[in-house]
Design a protein around this ligand. Structure first.
Ligand SMILES: NC(=O)C1=CN([C@@H]2O[C@H](COP(=O)(O)OP(=O)(O)OC[C@H]3O[C@@H](n4cnc5c(N)ncnc54)[C@H](OP(=O)(O)O)[C@@H]3O)[C@@H](O)[C@H]2O)C=CC1
Ligand SMILES: O=C(O)CCC(=O)C(=O)O
Length: 526
């Protein structure tokens, strides 16, 4: 498949009037062909008009047709072949194995949402039959199903060029809900984005769907993203990126005459609690495991273990010694973009320059452009509690160990943390009581609590929560990974005394879709 540098607006490919830009191979600094054109207000207008025109037809597609569409997108992405991986490697500096794995996750995610669509419980059909003889007042016939919100704006993430980008979790869940999608592709990997965009567009055509179900826009600067979120036909936003970017888009969304929900996944430092018995029994293994999680993908995961908490003493010292050794032997890795690399270096310099922080180790020296050396720091619980800046995420392989006096001090630090995507406890059986005391705090702080694992690597499944209180996300009631992500793009509609022939199939008598429905409060397939 050829990469042309055009935007994909419905069925047409389009060169925008804004300045052109090229992707950069972060490993070499070389600009890659072709030149991509950036769009502006005119392209947003066209894509949103098409998305709106497609909405009513797309949202009433049969469950089977919509599921088949998701499966066709998945197959089309696979059919691009190795060219997709090669282009993504050049645009991101990420290694082949990681990108092949990410492609598998992306395709698997689309197929999982196809199963969800077919199964239909996301419609949450409910029927409270009329009770004409009820006294003192009769009850009307009241039925409910969920419908999609409308066209969704999706911002591709820099750090997952496939799984959180053009056909990533936000797009898959919005399509599953029945929402047309307008993607603002990330400028760091436009070629990868175009290839995947063309795969989606081909699926739209071959599945007989209206062209406005999908568009892909590019643009440097904030103009196009702002215009997209402000467009009255956009009804929700999916975003993964910086706290500043997420907050800016939330502001745009809330100032609209009709404010809309923004589901932004932004900033998380993912605390790891090293409980005393676990440290005593396996400090060295924990030190190595921590460094493997920290340095994976140059640390460019929002689930990266950015702080650790442990109790002062010889066991913690053994952990530190093992981590220092492993981190010192870790090679410098290419980061995704010069901007992300510069932000990492600035964040590391900020920590290294803090009077309250000691540098424990740095990774191996850099040997090419945009490479980052992993960094491991330590401070005390008191210093951490006194300086809120120490909580700021450093995106990349940098982590801060907080030395605590006892388990109570660990809990005190946990209480001051901002919202998190994850919280991890490393525990043995003897730590159970202390962990039980910590869990209520962790539940209030994080979307996912893990024991004896590492937070990087999110399973795409039904029970996953990749979310959490602000600033991990803008809406703690949601997840951006896993099948529950579909809920973000749905809303309930109630039908009261609507004639049978006008009711949607999901709530008709006789259950023509064979759904699980709640009838007068009881779940069943009647
Ligand atoms: N926690 C996480 O999951 C992640 C955090 N990050 C953090 O983000 C930093 C920058 O990386 P990046 O991935 O580019 O994230 P950004 O938040 O800077 O950008 C993400 C997307 O949002 C758009 N955008 C950002 N700000 C605005 C705005 N004010 N108005 C309109 N659109 C906007 C960008 O468009 P444009 O490029 O045109 O500005 C881009 O398409 C990293 O250094 C890191 O700190 C990055 C990835 C994941
Ligand atoms: O750890 C993962 O698999 C997902 C991380 C993520 O969502 C992110 O870095 O944006």
């Amino acid at each position: 498949m050829t990469i042309t540098g055009e935007m994909l607006i419905g069925a047409s490919a389009h060169r925008g009037g804004q300045g052109g830009f090229r992707a950069v191979d972060p490993a070499t600094g070389e600009a890659l062909d072709p030149v991509f054109s950036g769009g502006g207000a005119a392209e947003v207008e066209r894509a949103c008009a098409l998305a709106w025109a497609a909405f009513d037809a797309f949202r009433e597609t049969g469950l089977e047709q919509r599921a088949a569409f998701l499966e066709t997108v998945a197959q089309n992405i696979l059919d691009i072949g190795d060219g997709l991986i090669v282009r993504a490697m050049a645009e991101t500096g990420l290694p082949r194995a990681r990108l092949e794995g990410e492609r598998g996750r992306t395709v698997g995610q689309l197929r999982l949402f196809a199963q969800v669509v077919r199964e239909g419980s996301w419609l949450e059909a409910r029927i409270d039959p009329a009770m004409p003889a009820r006294t003192p007042l009769p009850r009307a016939d009241i039925r409910q199903r969920h419908i999609p919100l409308g066209p969704v704006a999706v911002f591709g993430a820099s750090n997952f060029p496939l799984a959180f980008s053009v056909a990533g979790g936000d797009t898959a869940s919005a399509f599953a809900a029945g929402c047309p999608v307008v993607v603002k592709g990330h400028g760091a990997h436009p070629g990868t984005s175009e290839l995947v965009g063309r795969a989606i567009r081909a699926a739209v055509a071959s599945c007989g769907l209206p062209e406005g179900v999908f568009s892909l826009l590019f643009g440097t600067g904030n103009e196009i993203g702002t215009a997209l979120v402000a467009d009255p036909r956009i009804k929700a936003v999916g975003f993964t990126g910086s706290r500043r970017g997420g907050l800016a888009l939330m502001e745009v969304a809330s100032r609209r005459p009709e404010p809309i929900p923004v589901y932004a996944e932004m900033s998380s430092i993912n605390p790891v609690f090293l409980m005393p018995t676990a440290l005593a029994s396996r400090a060295e293994a924990l030190g190595k495991g921590f460094v493997a999680s920290l340095t994976m993908g140059a640390g460019q995961f929002c689930t990266n273990p950015g702080i650790l908490l442990g109790i002062e003493g010889p066991d913690l010292d053994r952990f530190v010694a093992a981590a220092v050794e492993a981190l010192g032997a870790s090679s410098a890795s290419t980061m995704l973009t010069p901007g992300i690399h510069a932000a990492f270096d600035a964040g590391v310099a900020r920590l290294a320059g803090s009077g309250a922080v000691t540098t424990l180790a740095r990774g191996m020296a850099c040997s090419g452009p945009n490479q980052a050396q992993a960094a491991f720091f330590t401070t005390t619980a008191d210093a951490f509690l006194a300086d809120t800046e120490l909580q700021e995420e450093v995106f990349g392989a940098a982590s801060l160990l907080i030395r605590c006096g006892d388990v109570a001090a660990m809990k005190a630090v946990a209480e001051t943390l901002e919202g998190q995507l994850t919280a991890t406890v490393q525990m043995d059986a003897e730590d159970k009581a202390a962990v039980a005391a910590l869990i209520p705090t962790l539940e209030r702080k994080a979307g996912r609590i893990l024991a004896n694992g590492w937070p990087t690597g999110v399973e795409v499944c039904h029970a996953m929560v990749h979310g959490g209180p602000f600033p991990a996300t803008s809406d703690a009631r949601s997840t951006s990974v896993g099948t529950l992500a579909i809920r973000r793009f749905l809303r309930p509609v109630c039908y009261q005394d609507i004639p049978a022939e006008l009711l949607p199939e999901a709530v008709r008598d006789g259950n023509p879709l064979g759904l699980w429905r709640r009838i007068d409060g009881t779940l069943g397939q009647d």
